[in-house]
Design a protein around this ligand. Structure first.
Ligand SMILES: Nc1ncnc2c1ncn2[C@@H]1O[C@H](COP(=O)(O)OP(=O)(O)O)[C@@H](O)[C@H]1O
Ligand SMILES: [Mg+2]
Length: 424
């Protein structure tokens, strides 16, 4: 006779199931590894062209894959909803920013944890985001929006915006189409760049081609890494973010934590908290970009309702011991994550770029030792490269670790001084 027990049998207990919307982005591998470590089965919604480039590890960490037609958001939602019912999915997580509104609608329809589906488009569309920020008194750059360049220039003038101003597309990412415009002569070129992309390839997601002109906020830049859990905003880290100067603002590196006096750190956290609450974030990760003026006033540049990319979750883990990727998976599955810091150290990433456009001859990089934890070069001799314009021209990265932000920033400067990108 079988023993009588209250404990569930192996057949009763199945692994939790997570659906990730696009894992082929920089946060994807960390999320899939964290899910696997928790014994979670992960399904991935992607595009065939993206999936073809998934690493063997990503494929191995995936239990099942589906490729809905993302060009039709309603059809994609229906297909994903039917799949989630069939596969008994317990949680949904968008790793790619372009799919965050779809993720919010999907999880809400299924009764699963996620962000507010009604306000989710404003987490993607910077015109809507700016309207939400104005309505909720979130400190943010003054913004005007128009479909055509003439109207944009007129609205910017009427709003009292002066040069330099920032021109950007309403819906893109990775600094694509973003320009800091120093004078009216450069406005036509900036507007052309901002309006150049109407669909996000390869998924074919339609982008709002509305143009934005914004007040330029001068000062250092930070991002706030956050988990919202059942409406409770929990900040995991403040990251210092480095970009190119001049007209283009490619991201060149990140340091966790940002070396900041506690008052400024608190002002940044408060601004991020107000921004994510205003945008209806209630269950899941967010990444909020903020610039700080010389007099210590924070301005929210944008919020992404997604895990941070660029290896930032790895930096957070190194610097604080908090497993942010695990926390993202747990939050999606309705499990309260443990976000208690285990230690207070520092970590940084710096991206490598070509000094100017041309053919790559070779890249000399420092060895992995001391503060240098990881060195990766993705370009090969013969590659045609461009100088950094947005985040797409990177040719590698260096990851560093140390005890304090100042220490890793110094180590990063020394490591970068040893990098030589030699062009033909
Ligand atoms: N209003 C602004 N003032 C100053 N810098 C800005 C402003 N808007 C954008 N930037 C710079 O350009 C970068 C990219 O702009 P962002 O709005 O974040 O677009 P994306 O979605 O492409 O990341 C920002 O990280 C920041 O460095
Ligand atoms: Mg940004």
């Amino acid at each position: 006779m079988a023993p009588v027990t209250d404990r569930p049998t192996a057949e009763d207990v199945r692994a939790p199931r997570l659906l990730v919307l696009e894992a082929g982005v920089s946060a994807g591998a960390a999320i899939l590894r964290a899910a696997a470590a928790l014994g979670v089965e992960t399904y991935v919604a992607t595009h065939p062209q993206m999936h073809a480039n998934y690493s063997p590890e990503l494929k191995q960490l995936t239990t099942g894959t589906l490729c809905p037609d993302f060009t039709d958001a309603t059809a994609a939602l229906d297909e994903l909803t039917a799949f989630c019912h069939r596969a008994e999915i317990d949680g949904v997580l968008a790793c790619w920013e372009f799919l965050t509104p779809l993720a919010a609608r999907l999880s809400a329809g299924l009764g699963l944890p996620g962000h507010d589906p009604v306000r989710a488009p404003a987490c993607r569309n910077k015109r809507l985001m700016s309207e939400v920020f104005t309505a909720h008194d979130v400190p943010a750059p003054q913004t005007v929006a128009a479909r055509d360049p003439g109207a944009l220039a007129r609205l910017a003038h009427e709003a009292g915006l002066t040069y330099p101003l920032v021109v950007k597309p309403a819906e893109n990412a990775a600094s694509i189409g973003v320009s800091v415009v120093s004078d009216p002569d450069h406005l036509p070129d900036a507007v052309r760049r901002a309006g150049a992309e109407a669909h996000k390839l390869p998924h074919g997601i339609a982008l709002d081609t509305t143009l934005l002109a914004q007040e330029y906020i001068k000062g250092p830049e930070f991002s706030v890494e956050t988990l919202v859990v059942r409406g409770e905003v929990q900040h995991v880290a403040v990251t210092e973010k480095f970009t190119t100067g001049g007209a283009d603002r490619a991201e060149t590196g990140h340091t966790v934590p940002a070396a900041l006096p506690s008052g400024m750190r608190q002002a940044i956290l408060d601004a991020a908290g107000r921004a994510v609450t205003a945008l209806g974030l209630r269950d899941g990760p967010s990444h909020t970009e903020i610039k700080l003026t010389a007099d210590g006033r924070p301005y929210v540049i944008e919020v992404g309702a997604r895990p941070p990319g660029d290896g930032i979750m790895g930096l957070v883990a190194e610097a604080t011991g908090v497993d942010q990727a695990r926390a993202c998976v747990e939050t999606a599955l309705g499990v309260r994550p443990d976000l208690t810091p285990r230690h207070h150290r520092a970590a940084a990433i710096r991206f490598l770029f070509a000094p100017h456009a041309g053919t790559l001859s070779r890249v000399d990089v420092p060895l992995r030792s001391g503060h240098v934890k990881e060195v990766s070069v993705t370009a090969v001799p013969g590659d045609e490269l461009s100088a950094p314009r947005d985040n797409l021209q990177r040719l590698g990265h260096i990851i560093l670790r140390g005890m304090t932000a100042d220490e890793v920033n110094d180590a990063a400067a020394q490591a970068l001084a040893q990098v030589q990108v030699v062009m033909k």
